[in-house]
Design a protein. Structure first.
Length: 216
């Protein structure tokens, strides 16, 4: 496997911007979308627990219902794909057991060898003080997945718009998440920019490297 060249990485990080106008006639081809979906699935998370679900909203009528819950941002209806990022409200042993069983299966080990690991996770997230803020913990994990997705898309020259300017409770209602154990955290529109989106020509504004990266 060959690594991605430094210059390519730097160029694509600068190429990416928060796309405000998507070309509704351009769709992400299936092979490319599958890689983007894999970037979500393979994203890291604390303890590897993956306390999330990613809802890909394809139905146009559902998207139209989400539009007024998204400050009227047109990418909701124009982008090729809309990903709604949801987080697990509470952590439970059923979810932890599912993860541990999958770990044992994939690594070809006896599940009993993971008892100490399970005990650590349960004592931290279910029985420990972090249980009181587990919902906030899960939300933070979803932003790791969002960052992984945005980076992957930029390398593929697929445009994205991360969206926190939404009504999460409204999204939950439209997507019928009540009773599912998951709630909306944010959304991502992805597809291809229009030629007249002025923001693509606006220079990226960031602090100097020495202002944000400190060595000690």
């Amino acid at each position: 496997m060959s690594r991605v060249d430094n210059e390519i990485l730097h160029n694509q990080m600068n190429w990416r911007y928060a796309c405000k106008k998507f070309d509704s006639t351009k769709k992400i081809r299936e092979a490319d979308w599958n890689i983007l979906a894999e970037s979500l699935r393979l994203s890291p998370s604390s303890y590897g627990l993956q306390p999330w679900k990613f809802i890909v909203v394809q139905n146009l009528e559902l998207r139209k219902k989400l539009l007024p819950l998204s400050w009227g941002q047109t990418p909701i209806v124009d982008a090729s794909h809309i990903v709604v990022i949801t987080y697990k409200e509470k952590m439970d042993e059923t979810h932890i057991n599912k993860h541990i069983e999958q770990m044992a299966k994939i690594r070809g080990i006896d599940v009993s060898t993971l008892e100490k690991y399970k005990s650590t996770v349960v004592n931290d997230l279910i029985n420990g003080p972090r249980a009181a803020e587990i919902s906030h913990w899960a939300q933070k994990q979803t932003y790791i997945a969002m960052g992984t997705f945005l980076t992957t898309a930029s390398l593929m020259e697929i445009d994205t718009l991360p969206m926190e300017g939404i009504d999460p409770a409204g999204y939950d209602k439209v997507l019928e998440l009540a009773g599912s154990g998951y709630k909306t955290a944010a959304a991502i529109a992805c597809g291809y920019r229009t030629t007249d989106d002025k923001y693509q020509h606006t220079r990226k504004v960031r602090f100097d490297i020495n202002d944000v990266v400190v060595y000690k």
